[in-house]
Write a protein that binds this ligand. Structure first.
Ligand code: UD1
Ligand code: CA
Length: 456
């Protein structure tokens, strides 16, 4: 197989997004759109991806450099059209041999298979291949004029099309593949004598045919190549991504009674046999093992949930939460950077941050790991089988030994040895009859129409 390269166009200003953030850094499934294109290029085996940005886009250039390396970020000085944008990658790809694919960074959901189909046409000898689709409303798209044998004769932009050509439903997605050297060679001959006065990448079709080369169409679905120009379109793409993810997970054996209320990220991993109740959000970096139950209204990010564990309802797992097999994390429990051992339980109203909880330990309601002194963070370790009574503050760094027992309401600042009891709260005092006498005294004052000193 020839070496592959990607040219990712991201120079558009994205004014219709009306956002200070560069358009292609808006996220779909928790991943910036630009990173989707880079991931597609990687999945297609591209050796390098060159990202074309506009001038004065420092945030975008920086993000692109992180993804593909600074040497692969090039600037298109002026927005003179898609051919001019691709041409900006000429220097970065000088001397390379192989095949290139042009992707738009604002079109994040192109499936790998579609890219493979485009490359396959080039492998078979076509000079250029574009991804085409049947458009429901083709109005703004370039139309694909095909010949009797289904190969491509020309791409006509809507502004330049005749009535007859406007009736064509087959539209250009913008994704194009070609041999690298041929592509840059043909680009030299692109002119801007069209309705928009732009250099059209689509002119490569006619130019390739002029050299006796075949131009091909590879087909895909419209939803695979939808682009984003506005916040509403971004939400539309997010919806498509979520739907696809839900359908895939259900097909793989995940139980979801209300899938339309569950949100996933691009990298969410859910094993077959997991049940997810309504209104759960999976931010990035989550994996859930078989048999686990994620109950309603939970939010998970950067967390690992073990086999048969129960999380929620109303639980929050933050990055570094590792929930062991058959462990329980209940309502209003927040876990951050804590490993929870097998079968351990924290069922109610707790903050567990930075530490570890041994297998079979029981964390009582209202337990707080006090992990931060305003400057530094410290770890809390709760040993295997330990019991932490309700409303306990564990002031880190602190260790409760295995099998240790902490009385409710304690503020624990020192380590508790294994199997020991620690109680750290005021000792209870009692006075017989005190309450009755108190009530008698106060009601007498009130009846007399008076108030004690200082009452309002
Ligand atoms: C382009 C295609 C059209 C296709 C449509 C699909 C051409 C001439 N037309 O039209 O056939 O149906 O996409 O959406 O190619 N860009 C740059 N620099 C430029 C111009 C564009 O980086 O100078 C980038 C944009 O940011 C965008 C992409 O290229 O991501 C497409 O540009 P756009 O202006 O949206 O092209 P269309 O006119 O929609
Ligand atoms: Ca467009």
């Amino acid at each position: 197989m020839a070496d592959r390269f990607a040219i990712i166009l991201a120079a558009g200003k994205g004014t219709r997004m009306k956002s200070p953030r560069p358009k292609v850094l808006h996220e779909v499934g928790g991943r910036p759109m630009l990173a989707w294109s880079v991931a597609l290029a990687e999945a297609l085996g591209c050796k390098r991806s060159v990202v074309v940005v506009g001038p004065d886009m420092p945030a975008l250039s920086e993000a692109a450099a992180k993804l593909v390396g600074a040497a692969n970020v090039v600037v298109q000085r002026e927005q003179l059209g898609t051919a001019n944008a691709v041409d900006a990658a000429r220097g970065a790809l000088s001397g390379v041999e192989g095949q290139a694919i042009v992707l738009y960074a604002d079109t994040p959901l192109v499936p790998k298979e579609a890219g493979e189909r485009a490359f396959a046409e080039i492998e078979k000898g076509a000079g250029v291949c574009v991804l085409g689709f049947k458009a429901k409303l083709p109005n703004r798209y370039g139309r694909l004029v095909t010949t009797g044998d289904g190969s491509l004769e020309a791409i006509v932009e809507a502004n330049d099309a005749s009535e007859e050509q406007l009736a064509i439903e087959l539209a250009n997605s913008g994704v194009m593949a070609a041999p690298v050297r041929l592509m840059f060679d043909l680009l030299k001959d692109v002119k801007n004598d069209n309705a928009k006065g732009e250099y059209y990448l689509t002119d490569l079709v006619g130019l390739a045919r002029g050299r006796g080369l075949k131009a091909a169409v590879a087909h895909c679905e419209e939803r695979d190549v939808l682009g984003v120009n506005s916040q509403a379109e971004l939400a539309g793409i997010e919806h498509i991504f979520q739907q696809a993810m839900r359908e895939k997970l259900m097909a793989d054996g995940v139980t979801m009674p209300a899938p339309e209320t569950v949100y996933f990220s691009h990298d969410t991993k859910i094993a077959p046999g997991v049940t997810i109740e309504p209104n759960v959000v999976f931010a990035t970096g989550v994996s859930v093992a078989s048999g686990a139950l994620i109950r309603a209204f939970s939010h998970l990010e950067g967390a690992k949930v073990g086999e048969g564990a129960i999380v929620g309802p109303y639980a929050r797992l933050r990055p570094g939460a590792v929930i062991g097999r058959h462990a329980h994390i209940g309502n209003f429990v927040e876990v951050k950077n804590v490993t929870v051992g097998e079968g351990a339980k924290a069922n109610h109203l707790s903050y567990l941050g930075d530490g570890e909880i041994g297998a079979g330990a029981n964390i009582g309601a209202g337990t707080i790991f006090c992990n931060y002194d305003g400057f530094f963070k410290y770890r809390t370790v709760v040993g295997e089988g330990a019991f932490v009574g309700s409303n306990t503050s564990l002031v880190a760094p602190v260790t409760i030994g295995a099998g240790g027992y902490v009385g409710s309401g304690s503020v624990i600042v020192e380590d508790v040895p294994a199997d020991a009891l620690a109680i750290a709260r005021g000792r209870q005092a009692g006075k017989d009859g005190w309450a009755k006498a108190f009530r008698a005294e106060k009601s007498a004052v009130k009846k007399a129409g008076k108030k004690p000193d200082g009452a309002i």
